[in-house]
Design a protein around this ligand. Structure first.
Ligand SMILES: [Fe+2]
Ligand SMILES: [Fe+2]
Ligand SMILES: [Fe+2]
Length: 435
C-alpha cells in the first residue's frame, strides 16, 4: 500500500515544471469538444469512486469497440463513447445523498439494501446529469440501465431482455470486462480468462449475442493492446466527439460538471460558478487578455475538481482536519493538474489550478512556490475562492459578511497574495457590490 507521503512525492515529482503548461499564443478563442473535456475529467470520477484510474475511459473504449463490431451506426458509436465515460459519474452525487459510494463503504455497514440503493441512485443521478450535459436520450437511458441484467436478475424494477436499450446492453458488457480487469492481478491473466468468463455471463447478466461478440473480441490481441495502451486517453480526446463548444455554452457545460463537484463537497449550490464569475471579472479588470481571461474563468470553475480524489468523510468533517487528513486534502490541486492538463488548450489553467493554494510567502502547497513564482492567475483563482468560502457556511464554521471577509483577505496581503492582487480584488468586488 502506498503511504500518503509516498503518494505526495510521486505526484509532486514534476510539479515545478511549468513549461508543460505554456499557452499557445496563436490558438484563438477557447473552443473544445464535449468528448475532449469529458475523457480526462472521467478520471476525476474514477477517483471519487475509488476505481483504478482510467476505468471510465476503458469502459468507453470497450463500448465503442463492441458497437462497431456490431456494425451500429456512427451515432451509436459516439453514444457508446459517452455512455462509457459517464456511466458511473452519478456516484459522486449518490455519495452526497447520504449513501457512501461502494468503494468507500465500510465492511460492516455495507449491507445489500444499501448497495442496491446506491446503485439505483447513481444510475438515476448519472442519467439526469447526462441530460443536462446535452448528450441525448440514448446515452441517458444507457446510463440509467447499465446495472440491469438480461434475465431480469439485476436492479429491482429494472428492464430485461430486448426491452433493454442496446447501448445499455453494450455498456453492461463493457463494464463487466473492465471490472474483471480491476479484480485481476495481471493483464496477462485477464487476457487468458476474459473470453470464457464473459461467455459464461451470456443469457444471465448479459445479452447472449453481445456476450458472444465480446468473448470473440477478448481473443483478439489488437483489442487488448488498445485496452492497456498508454495512448488510450489522448486517442479518446482526439476523437473530438459530441460537437465543439465555445463561449457561454462551453462555460455552461463545464458548469454542470462543477455543480456536481460542489454537491459532493457539500458546498452551497453555485459555489464554483460564483468563483468563476468573480475570477473572470478580476482577470478582466487587471487587463489580462480575453483568451487568457477565459482560461482563468475555466480554471476557476474547475478549481475543486481534484477534491473528487478526497474521501467524502474528510470533505464533510465538521472539525479541523488532523495532519494526515490535511495531507490527503492537499493533494487536490495536484490531482486537478494531472486531469486538466490532458484537456487540449487547458494547460495554463491546469497550472494555475495546481497553484491556487500556493502563497507568495512560500508557505503554501503543494510546491511551496514563492513571490513571483506564484502565477497571478493562480492568485486570482485563490483569492476569489477564499472570499466565496468565507462568505458561505462551511461544515466547521458559519458564513461571514462581505466586510469581514474583506478584512481577512486584506490581512493576507504580502502573505498569501501579492498586495497588488488584493487591491484589485477589493476594487472589483466593491464595484460589483455597489452596482
Ligand atoms: Fe455503475
Ligand atoms: Fe463502472
Ligand atoms: Fe482548493
Amino acid at each position: 500500500m502506498t503511504s500518503n507521503a509516498q503518494r505526495i512525492e510521486i505526484l509532486q515529482a514534476d510539479f515545478l515544471d511549468s513549461r508543460l503548461y505554456d499557452e499557445d499564443p496563436g490558438a484563438g478563442p477557447l473552443r473544445l469538444s464535449r468528448g475532449a473535456i469529458l475523457a480526462p475529467i472521467s478520471r476525476a470520477f474514477d477517483l471519487a469512486e475509488r476505481r483504478r484510474s482510467g476505468h471510465a475511459q476503458r469502459v468507453a473504449y470497450v463500448s465503442m469497440y463492441l458497437a462497431s463490431e456490431m456494425e451500429l451506426d456512427p451515432d451509436h458509436i459516439e453514444g457508446a463513447f459517452f455512455a462509457g465515460l459517464l456511466h458511473d459519474l452519478g456516484m459522486a452525487g449518490a455519495a452526497t445523498a447520504g449513501v457512501a459510494p461502494t468503494g468507500e463503504a465500510s465492511g460492516d455497514s455495507a449491507n445489500w439494501a444499501e448497495i442496491v440503493k446506491t446503485l439505483n441512485l447513481h444510475c438515476e443521478i448519472g442519467s439526469r446529469i447526462v441530460r443536462r450535459l446535452g448528450l441525448g436520450e440514448d446515452v441517458a437511458r444507457a446510463v440509467q440501465h447499465h446495472h440491469d441484467c438480461w434475465d431480469g436478475s439485476g436492479m429491482p424494477g429494472g428492464l430485461s431482455g430486448e426491452r433493454l436499450p442496446v447501448l445499455a446492453r453494450i455498456l453492461a458488457a463493457a463494464d463487466r470486462v473492465e471490472s474483471l480487469f480491476d479484480q485481476e492481478a495481471s493483464p496477462l491473466a485477464l487476457r487468458r480468462t476474459a473470453a470464457s468468463e464473459i461467455a459464461a455471463m451470456g443469457g444471465s447478466e448479459l445479452d447472449p449475442k453481445i456476450a458472444e461478440v465480446m468473448a470473440e473480441l477478448a481473443r483478439d490481441d489488437g483489442f487488448w493492446l488498445g485496452f492497456y495502451g498508454e495512448e488510450l486517453e489522448p486517442t479518446l480526446v482526439s476523437l473530438n466527439y459530441g460537437g465543439m463548444l465555445e463561449g457561454t455554452p462551453l462555460q455552461e457545460f463545464i458548469g454542470v460538471i462543477a455543480d456536481l463537484v460542489d454537491s459532493r463537497n457539500g458546498r452551497t449550490p453555485g459555489h464554483s460558478r460564483r468563483v468563476a464569475d468573480m475570477a473572470g471579472r478580476l482577470a478582466e479588470a487587471r487587463g489580462i487578455p480575453a483568451v487568457r481571461t477565459e482560461l482563468v474563468r475555466t480554471g476557476a470553475m474547475l478549481q475543486d475538481i481534484g477534491t473528487l480524489g478526497v474521501p467524502i468523510a474528510l470533505l464533510h468533517k465538521p472539525d479541523i482536519l488532523n495532519v494526515d487528513e490535511m495531507a490527503t486534502m492537499q493533494l487536490h490541486p495536484t490531482y486537478a493538474r494531472d486531469i486538466l492538463s490532458e484537456i487540449p488548450r487547458l494547460g495554463p489553467a491546469a497550472w494555475w489550478v495546481a497553484c491556487h493554494h500556493e502563497r507568495v510567502d512560500g508557505k503554501g502547497y503543494p510546491g511551496m512556490l514563492e513571490g513571483a513564482e506564484v502565477p497571478v492567475e493562480a492568485q486570482i483563482i485563490g483569492i476569489c475562492e477564499t472570499f466565496e468560502a468565507l462568505t458561505n457556511d462551511r461544515p466547521h464554521r458559519q458564513a461571514m459578511s462581505a466586510a469581514d471577509a474583506f478584512d481577512i483577505i486584506r490581512g493576507l496581503a504580502g502573505q498569501r497574495f501579492e498586495a497588488d492582487v488584493v487591491d484589485s480584488f477589493e476594487a472589483t468586488m466593491e464595484e460589483s457590490l455597489a452596482s
